[in-house]
Design a protein around this ligand. Structure first.
Ligand SMILES: Cc1cc2nc3c(=O)[nH]c(=O)nc-3n(C[C@H](O)[C@H](O)[C@H](O)COP(=O)(O)OP(=O)(O)OC[C@H]3O[C@@H](n4cnc5c(N)ncnc54)[C@H](O)[C@@H]3O)c2cc1C
Length: 410
């Protein structure tokens, strides 16, 4: 039996930041990672709040040194030629007003290597296959087929799409969002904007909000391109994923122009029904972080921000508990995390029902500095800022802005 203070399942951003923070607090941390790094995972566009979280964990320097593509903001473009450029510099004065577009195979390895250098023990190509909640013992199957038992004071499940503890403890819940799919590929040779927004993520809206296309540029000339739509819309085409990708990219006028001479550098990938949820985010001896909890939607690139925030928060509270202090996990962790998740949930809902797009494309809103700053601050990932009414009362703020700008009822 291997004894440790904290066992972390999974070495993505949530697991790495939790590991780094806990070893810096003096704890013995074991990270079990199923796959050999570098490994691909979807989710390449970061928000400025990520920089703040990484800085707080003493992990930002390594990311800056890696010289990723600078990301100054996001541009939304619809079929009616409306364009809205959201520059992160228009936020509410928060320190970080830019971020990065990252190849996750590179980014995630930098973070996990950093956690290891700081003192975490990382075991690759090993998988948590069983867990006893009462004894807090996990069974880990190694690459050579052997099984090792780990006993920890706390288990942090950062297994992302693996949903290890939610599956083993029957905590998986249905998402309240409609089932959507993502169909994606990396391409080279695209024509990028030459107006200073070349490092921005571009979001092209397809048709009457039928789908949207992400365009995430890396600094080596490769661009990540993905289509997001309801499963129903995808199936209505009766095409395989490659034909569907080619058809949508070729028929949207912005993507058709941008990728006219571009070449795919890998196979078209598909993730179906990506939204997920859990019935609870913690137990007596464990806590779920990152995508092992709830995943909403990629439209505002919030996934890694929420993964880092939850990993960092779970680590702080675990360190507090290990030092003998009492932790109210419901209040201090789950309720806290749900504040930020629910802000993004409102924006995701307002995106798909069209309210947010009408706000973003409204010329009056663009001219209204105060509202712009508050919305940009949310889109930068500052979703725990209690001075921002778009955070404290997201639905009321979005609806009031919508009514004021469009004259329409919600
Ligand atoms: C279509 C799509 C597009 C997205 N785009 C963005 C974006 O632009 N920006 C953004 O911020 N987010 C985006 N996301 C979300 C992003 O992918 C996730 O939020 C993020 O990767 C979560 O990080 P994590 O650390 O929780 O999990 P992960 O990064 O998934 O890491 C989990 C790790 O756990 C390991 N693991 C799994 N099972 C086991 C096991 N049994 N034992 C040990 N290890 C295990 C895995 O191998 C993996 O390395 C997108 C998501 C989707 C679906």
């Amino acid at each position: 039996m291997t004894e440790c203070d904290v066992l972390i399942i999974g070495g993505g951003p949530a697991g790495s930041i939790a590991a780094a923070k806990l070893v810096q607090a003096g704890h013995h941390v074991e990270v079990i990672e199923k796959i050999k790094f570098p490994r691909f995972v979807i989710g390449e566009s970061l928000l400025p709040e990520c920089n703040q979280l990484l800085e707080d964990a003493n992990m930002l320097d390594k990311v800056i040194e890696a010289d990723f593509q600078f990301k100054g903001g996001v541009a939304f473009q619809n079929d009616m030629d409306d364009i809205r450029v959201v520059d992160f510099k228009q936020n509410l004065g928060q320190k970080w007003n830019s971020s990065f577009q990252v190849r996750r195979e590179v980014f995630d390895k930098i973070l996990l290597d950093d956690a290891e250098e700081k003192g975490a023990k990382v075991t690759y190509e090993s998988e948590v296959v069983a867990y006893n909640e009462e004894t807090n013992i996990a069974a880990v199957k190694h690459k050579d087929g052997s099984t090792e038992m780990f006993h920890a004071k706390k288990v942090i499940d950062a297994s992302g799409y693996g949903h290890v503890l939610p599956r083993l403890l029957d905590l998986v819940a249905d998402s309240d969002l409609e089932m959507r799919d993502a169909i994606f590929c990396r391409m080279t040779g695209d024509i990028r904007p030459d107006d200073g927004t070349d490092g921005f993520i571009y979001v092209y809206i397809v048709g009457d909000n039928d789908a949207w296309i992400w365009n995430i540029p890396f600094n080596d000339g490769v661009t990540s391109v993905g289509i997001v739509c309801t499963d129903e819309y995808y199936k209505s085409y009766n095409m395989d994923q490659t034909d569907f990708f080619n058809h949508i990219i070729g028929s949207n006028k912005f993507s058709a122009a941008r990728y006219a001479n571009a070449t795919k550098i890998n196979e078209v990938g598909f993730i179906g029904g990506y939204s997920s949820n859990v019935t609870k985010m913690f137990g007596e001896n464990f806590v779920l972080v990152g995508n092992a909890t709830e995943f909403l939607d990629p439209v505002f690139s919030s996934g890694v921000t929420l993964a880092l925030e939850s990993g960092a928060k779970a680590a702080e509270l675990t360190a507090k508990e290990l030092s003998g202090e009492n932790v109210d996990w419901q209040k201090e962790y789950q309720d806290y995390m749900m504040v930020g998740v629910d802000v993004f949930r409102e924006y995701v809902n307002a995106w798909y029902d069209g309210r947010l797009q009408e706000i973003l494309f409204s010329k009056e809103e663009e001219g209204s500095d105060k509202i712009t700053q508050k919305i940009v601050s949310v889109l930068s990932g500052y979703v725990w800022d209690e001075d921002n009414m778009f955070v404290t009362s997201p639905t009321a703020a979005v609806n009031a802005t919508y009514r004021a700008l469009t004259g329409k009822e919600v």
